[in-house]
Write a protein that binds this ligand. Structure first.
Ligand code: FES
Length: 261
């Protein structure tokens, strides 16, 4: 990798031109930009599309994750407020403050910087990282984790209900999609850095406490998933959008659910 460097006016710092790297470093931020933009546009459209209850977000025992838990429609005057607008901000805050996503969207959207050893388009007077408002809000991530864990329990309940076809045990493609979705969301949520710290942090000796060994084993498993946190962040983002899309298409009669038994 060839680098063109230039000394910054700040002593000890080197400023790089935007074209300092000659490899294809831009592919990754471009994919992040496209992936997050596509999901953001789709989720916004779905949230505003379905302003009336029992619209295309439920079919048989299936319920879209965008509309879970089922909430009544609120009205402001004659204007109906989609329940999704009350639900989606919580998972959105969890993802926005996620350590992985922060790095990804700082690069893809803010070019701050766009990649390692690549210069920024504008010269910043002083680098303050996340120590200034509004970036200090990112510290809320550990609290967003607790709310996300509650949503996992709700979605797990939805996945169990998806086996109930008019009082008979059954399984359709939608059931399978909902189960896979909640599994991937669970791995993403519980591979969170905050949860890893909750389990294994602030501890000097695992073998000193009564439940130390159990805690250590849980921490090891979380660490294994945590190393793949980026993978599960994307897989779960895809499945949550796909689950909503599938239920919407089945509900609207555009496709038919495949019933296994
Ligand atoms: Fe990604 Fe917590 S660090 S969800």
């Amino acid at each position: 990798m060839a680098l063109n460097t230039a000394q910054s006016k700040e002593p000890g710092r080197v400023s790089l031109p935007i074209n300092s790297r000659k490899d294809t470093w831009w592919i990754k931020p471009l994919l992040v930009f496209l992936g997050l933009s596509t999901f953001g546009i789709y989720a916004t459209w779905r949230a505003f599309e379905d302003r009336y209850y029992w619209g295309p977000h439920t079919w048989g025992p299936y319920l879209s994750p965008f509309y879970s838990p089922l909430l009544p429609v609120f009205h402001i005057g004659h204007f109906a407020i989609s329940p999704a607008l009350l639900i989606l901000p919580f998972p959105l805050i969890f993802r926005l403050t996620c350590y992985y996503y922060r790095g990804a969207y700082y690069r893809a959207f803010f070019w701050d910087p766009p990649a390692c050893a690549v210069g920024e388009p504008s010269v910043r007077k002083r680098y303050t990282g996340e120590s200034r408002f509004p970036f200090t809000i990112q510290n809320l991530h550990r609290f967003a984790f607790y709310i996300a864990a509650v949503f996992i329990a709700i979605l797990a309940g939805d996945a169990i209900i998806a086996f109930d076809f008019n009082g008979h045990f059954g399984m359709g493609l939608g059931t399978l999609i909902m189960v896979v979705n909640v599994l991937l969301l669970s791995v993403y949520t519980f591979s969170c850095h905050s949860f890893r710290h909750l389990i294994g942090g602030a501890l000097n000796c695992y073998s000193c406490g009564r439940s130390g060994k159990t805690r250590f084993r849980i921490w090891q498993r979380i660490s294994y998933a945590n190393e793949r946190h980026m993978l599960f962040a994307w897989l779960s983002l895809f499945t949550v959008g796909f689950t909503d899309l599938y239920i919407r298409l089945v509900s609207a009669g555009i496709i038919h659910d495949v019933r296994f038994f």
